[in-house]
Design a protein around this ligand. Structure first.
Ligand code: GTP
Ligand code: MG
Length: 224
């Protein structure tokens, strides 16, 4: 392993992850389950935004996730939207026993695109859809897993999962998947930037690799 790679391996990448979705779908509970492995049966509605940090390892690398929990109720819109800018990942959450929260995902997607100023298209931004409350009895389920998949296919979002903050099902997995999606898109952007800035560098040594060029992209690498 080269010295540069070794140094990068020991660095910690800070990612801002924002969670959006209707009031009551379980955004705050997902955050508490992830950050402190705690679940509150009588969680209060969030007012504005709150954030908490947690470091996790994905594929042998450290990521500090700054998780931003937002207020889903319409009356708090002006308090939450200023915090969308600078996000690295956006999680769109609904509850599987609440059809209207699923129908509103599109509205949340559009709100984020608008206020975060995402310009490069949905496929190039790490979105993830999370169907929470997967623990509810099947008679109460209003959105199937197939409907989740179909919606994501139709909207060009490739990362989605069902979770239960209550039963601690798939919560860490959801955040790990979100990081992985960010890594994949970041590497793709880096590659494209390299090709753009050094269009004829690909064949210099006859091994098909870009010669000695490494683009920096949107990641923030910090020492911890
Ligand atoms: N059954 C079940 N209930 C959950 C789950 N997650 C959250 N809840 C419950 O759903 C209710 C709302 O959860 P919150 O986390 O406060 O919802 P929120 O999305 O943060 O709501 P706002 O802050 O108003 O936007 C609470 O009563 C939680 O106990 C879950 O995975 N399963
Ligand atoms: Mg909340």
């Amino acid at each position: 392993m080269e010295e540069n790679d070794r140094r990068n391996q020991n660095k910690n990448t800070l990612l801002k992850i924002v969670i959006l979705g209707d009031g009551g779908v379980g955004k705050s509970c997902l955050m508490s389950r992830f950050i402190s492995n705690h679940f509150d049966d009588h969680s209060f509605h969030t007012i504005g935004v709150e954030f908490m940090n947690k470091t996790i390892e994905v594929n042998g690398k450290q990521y500090t996730l700054q998780v931003w929990d937002t207020a889903g109720q319409e009356r708090f819109k002006s308090l939450r939207t200023p915090f969308y800018r600078g996000s690295d990942v956006c999680i769109l959450a609904y509850a599987i026993d609440d059809r209207s929260s699923f129908n509103n995902i599109k509205m949340w997607l559009n709100e984020f695109l608008h206020y975060a100023g995402v310009k490069n298209g949905i496929e190039r931004y790490p979105f993830m859809v999370v169907g929470n409350k997967s623990d509810v009895p099947s008679k109460d389920r209003e959105v199937t897993h197939d409907q989740l998949k179909q919606w994501c296919d139709d909207n060009k979002i490739s990362t989605y999962i069902e979770t239960s903050a209550k039963n601690d099902n798939n919560v860490v997995e959801a955040f790990s998947m979100a990081v992985q999606r960010w890594v994949d898109l970041d590497q793709r952007a880096e590659k494209e930037l390299g090709m753009f800035q050094h269009p004829d560098a690909v064949t210099l040594h006859g091994n098909g690799t870009v010669s000695g060029f490494r683009a920096t992209c949107c990641s923030r690498i910090t020492d911890v």
